[in-house]
Design a protein around this ligand. Structure first.
Ligand SMILES: [Zn+2]
Length: 389
């Protein structure tokens, strides 16, 4: 059993003693645990894990620029990626295997998971099945989060941080299917694959230990990283290349020295999620120094982005992890409707090659990207660049 497990309580990651999570390294004298010796770095191709249940999350509207507008995060996103991967033949496309609640409870609060399972029914009982569940208000400085409200409206505000993330009838099933895709991908790495792609929808990197937002409910990348740790990896790195800061992943591993989080993203002084993702956020306790935020200005092109990716790659290599989880958002693309970087489609080939250059078994996990017409090409380019490197 991995040594980290003894430092956690059932129901998710909990702080030990004065607040630091204890995560004693499993590696002994540089020798990998037996279950990781199968990690191969020369297996060709990237297996794709995808579930059609993503369609069950199909929100009607989100709050944007003062208006309720059609959701940017919609089923067509995954459909076009899958179609492109089929056409390019990156690798076989398989269904995920069910993993149940236990791996979700390793990174998420049990009360939060319970809320997600019943929120829609509670919403319908109080309001209507004709309207998506969106929160009305949130806790501000000076207010207290001591109690979880009884009202569904209060609970929506308690567990969320924005009004862009509607809960619908199918949210829980779609979110768990996405997490199963990531967990199945982690299984593939453990079995020796060099690369795997979890085509997750809804995305996950904005979801924290006990909150949702930014179109995310369950943190697929964090669940997969924890699964790799539980499977015997001494250290795991998460590299987040989505345009937006992966605030949920940062929060989950904030006090962890065994999981490095590196994120390249638009400066939160200008961009969602606004309240975290700054360069001076470096982790705490056992996780001090295991969090690296590389903030980039609006208008960033490949020359700037590629240089930052080199910095990220060097930091990851220095951490010497056994595996890499790659939060893959393609909203860094110049044509993205809600983002302001300027990457071109061919830059995503370079991105894939740079990730391959890190030299680790890599699980790609789909995050954002809203230029639907070009999303398939851009995602496929990352995987092709990785495979061909
Ligand atoms: Zn994003």
């Amino acid at each position: 059993m991995p040594c980290i497990r003894g430092a956690m309580q059932k129901g998710g990651i909990r702080r030990c003693g004065a607040g630091a999570i204890i995560a004693a390294p499993c590696r002994r004298n540089g020798v990998l645990p037996p279950r990781l010796r199968g990690f191969a770095k020369d297996t060709p191709g990237v297996i794709v894990i995808h579930s059609e249940e993503h369609r069950l999350q199909s929100g009607r509207s989100e709050l944007n620029d003062g208006q309720l507008v059609p959701c940017y995060e919609k089923p067509a996103r995954a459909d076009i990626v899958r179609a492109r991967l089929d056409a390019v033949g990156v690798g076989p496309i398989v269904e995920p295997t069910r993993h149940g609640l236990a791996p979700l409870e390793r990174v998420h609060d049990a009360g939060y998971l319970g809320f997600l399972q019943t929120a829609w029914d509670e919403w319908v009982a109080e309001h209507s099945a004709d309207i998506d569940a969106l929160p009305l208000n949130w806790v501000a400085p000076g207010m207290t989060r001591r109690r979880v409200p009884r009202s569904i409206d209060g609970r929506l505000g308690h567990y969320s941080f924005d009004a862009g993330t509607p809960i619908t009838a199918g949210t829980w099933r779609a979110a768990t299917a996405a997490a199963d895709c990531a967990l199945t991908g982690a299984d593939r790495l453990r079995a020796g694959d060099r690369g795997a792609f979890a085509l997750c929808r809804p995305p996950g990197h904005h979801a924290g230990h006990a909150f949702y937002g930014g179109y995310c409910f369950l943190n697929n990348a964090a669940v997969a990283a924890q699964s790799l740790r539980d499977g015997g990896a001494a250290r795991v790195a998460v590299l987040d290349v989505d345009y937006h800061h992966g605030n949920g992943t940062q929060e989950i591993f904030w006090e962890r020295g065994d999981v490095l989080f590196v994120s390249l993203h638009a400066d939160p002084a200008d961009e969602f999620p606004y309240f975290c993702g700054h360069a001076d956020e470096t982790g705490a306790g056992a996780g001090e120094g295991a969090n690296l935020n590389l903030t980039l200005p609006w208008g960033t092109d490949w020359a700037v982005y590629g240089a930052a990716l080199d910095v990220a790659a060097r930091r990851i290599r220095a951490f010497a992890p056994d595996a890499l989880v790659l939060s893959l958002g393609a909203d860094t693309y110049g044509g993205d409707p809600i983002s302001r970087f300027r990457l071109l489609s061919e830059d995503f080939l370079r991105m894939g090659a740079a990730i391959a250059g890190i030299g680790l078994p890599t699980l790609f996990v789909m995050e954002g990207g809203y230029a639907v017409d070009d999303l398939g090409v851009n995602v496929a380019n990352v995987l092709t660049g990785f495979t061909n490197a």
